[in-house]
Design a protein around this ligand. Structure first.
Ligand code: FES
Length: 154
């Protein structure tokens, strides 16, 4: 069941778009903001509210890869997996994150603190290599810098 607040926030998006389908990405982001991820049940509830087919809404979620379809950690690390970061030794950054966190891409630490996900270009190519943690962009990364940054997310 969507909460009243979730419904209210989703319905507040209606006037901004002509069709309810167009609200779908915003609606999924609203649910995710409240719950951390979008379960099958929540997906069904949003589809009903928007009068959409669940499969159609699920396709939107799949296409928009920042909608999480399974539980994530308290903090989500999006490590850039695109060309400018590769050139600037992004592979070392990814390997360092994996070693430091003890997880691979797509996984969550056992304490539920971090989820590590690859992402296409973060738009910070001139400051590569880059990653985002939650809403914060971190750039010009080095292994040492990563260690210090991770400590600030509990
Ligand atoms: S390629 Fe990594 S930020 Fe653009």
């Amino acid at each position: 069941m969507l909460t009243e607040q979730e419904i209210e926030e989703i319905e507040a998006e209606y006037p901004r778009y002509e069709q309810r389908e167009a609200v779908s990405v915003e609606a999924l982001k609203i649910v995710q903001r409240h719950r951390g991820w979008v379960s099958d049940d929540a997906m069904g509830d949003v589809a009903r509210l928007l009068e959409m087919d669940v499969a159609e809404l699920d396709a939107v979620a799949t296409f928009y890869n920042l909608i999480y379809r399974k539980p994530v950690g308290r903090h989500v690390i999006l490590v850039c997996d695109s060309v400018s970061c590769w050139v600037m030794d992004g592979e070392t950054i990814r390997q360092h994150l994996e070693a430091r966190l003890g997880i691979g891409l797509g996984e969550t630490t056992a304490d539920g603190r971090f989820t590590l996900l690859p992402v296409v270009c973060l738009g910070a190519c001139h400051q590569a290599p880059a990653m985002m943690i939650d809403d914060d962009l971190h750039h010009d990364l080095t292994p040492e810098k990563i260690d210090a940054i991770l400590e600030t997310y509990q």
